[in-house]
Design a protein around this ligand. Structure first.
Ligand code: XIL
Length: 385
């Protein structure tokens, strides 16, 4: 009997230099299937796109993205600092390119992100050298949300608020300090008014953490009681190779819990960090990140072990970890609307510079040349079960 997994493996053919562009893409292995096709009965399969990829019109990468994915998120183009770098001066250049690419390729487009404490210029919180009033900050928030959502009606899903909770408590951001906890409710209200039919998402990391999960469930049920409708919960899903960080059971229980509460679940920024934990080197607030070159050599070698390439056994471990994660996603596909990986090529990942700067990481499904990694095939295999 032909097993579907082998069928996929066997349909992999090698077609040299199919793609050209930023990375050379020689010896590109062309797969007859694709991630979005393999999961088309289950959920949309997305990726994030960098400004540079569109700016330089990197054809190799854009062709790969169009073939593999049916959903896109901008990794930076639609953040506040990108869209409204100065008060009331909107810059649509990058976001237009991003949205046009999605439309040309018939993709579902996610707007990321309307209200966040990061990548939001300081001017937002200041007037005449003083901290803005609550009233003025709410006006600025409303204007930003309505201008951006009005312009992009074809963007049907929005990460409205990102990362409001840390541990079990409110993050003490400027939004929170100036407006108070009500800022989340107001952001969702403004977004709902701007586009009543859009899917509105609360997005955050670490939702498998019990304290954080509890706080977010509370926050969302409070909003529901006050009459504000939130459609989805975005689990960023910046996972690690370590099997218990988080465990697949925790991932599955988290998806089930939010689904039981009546939310669509979105896996919004999936990647799997292969490097040792390095949180102890981050000082915040305010955020201070060390560069790997500032760390004593012995420790640095431990923290950045694969600068010259990923050993075969780790590549296999990564493939197994991805398979077990997608095994959960497949089982939970009734509750999941979309799975988005945070970047296509390993070289695009933010994880080279987080939590410390300048390491070499391999968290995604394609290598720097655009060749599918072992992890790609293990994911594909889960889709066709
Ligand atoms: C990251 C981008 O990928 C980087 O290019 C940028 O320098 C920093 O932000 N959570 C989020 C994303 O919601 O917006 C972040 O994206 C990664 C963490």
């Amino acid at each position: 009997m032909i097993n579907r997994r082998n069928l996929i493996k066997n349909t992999t053919i090698t077609a040299g230099a199919l793609l050209s562009g930023c990375c050379g893409f020689t010896n590109q292995e062309k797969t007859l299937s694709s991630l979005s096709v393999a999961f088309e009965d289950q959920f949309r399969f997305g990726t994030s796109i960098k400004n540079d990829t569109l700016e330089t019109n990197d054809n190799g990468l854009l062709t790969l993205i169009a073939k593999e994915f049916n959903a896109i998120t901008a990794d930076n183009a639609m953040k506040w600092e990108g869209l409204q770098p100065r008060l009331k001066e909107f810059n649509w250049h990058k976001s237009d390119k991003f949205v046009n690419f999605g439309q040309r390729n018939n993709m579902q487009i996610t707007g990321h992100v309307l209200v966040w404490h990061k990548q939001t210029p300081n001017y937002v919180f200041i007037k005449d050298n003083k901290v803005v009033s609550k009233k003025l900050l709410l006006q600025r928030m409303e204007e930003h949300i309505s201008k951006v959502m009005d312009r992009y009606k074809e963007v049907t899903e929005w990460d409205v608020v990102n990362e409001a909770i840390v541990g079990g408590k409110w993050l003490d951001s400027k939004w929170y300090k100036i407006i108070g906890p009500d800022y989340v409710r107001r952001a969702f209200q403004f977004a709902r008014n701007a586009n009543p039919s859009a899917t509105l998402i609360y997005n955050d990391y670490g939702l498998t953490n019990p304290k954080k999960q509890e706080a977010i469930v509370d926050l969302l049920s409070g909003l529901k009681k006050s009459g504000v409708k939130i459609d989805g919960v975005g689990m960023q899903s910046h996972f690690s190779l370590e099997k218990d960080f988080p465990s697949v059971d925790m991932i599955e229980q988290t998806i089930e819990r939010f689904a039981r509460q009546g939310y669509q679940v979105f896996i919004t920024e999936l990647d799997v960090d292969v490097l040792p934990r390095a949180w102890k080197y981050v000082r915040q607030p305010p955020l201070q990140q060390l560069h790997i070159s500032e760390i004593p050599p012995k420790e640095a070698r431990f923290l950045d072990p694969y600068a010259n390439g990923l050993p075969e056994h780790i590549s296999k471990e990564l493939a197994d970890r991805y398979a077990s994660i997608f095994n959960v996603f497949s089982r939970q596909s009734d509750n999941i609307s979309r799975v988005t990986v945070w970047g296509t090529l390993d070289t695009e990942s933010w994880k080279h510079d987080w939590p410390i700067l300048g390491r070499t990481n391999y968290p995604l499904l394609f290598d720097k040349r655009g060749n599918p990694k072992k992890a790609y095939f293990s994911v594909l295999g889960e889709g066709n079960n």
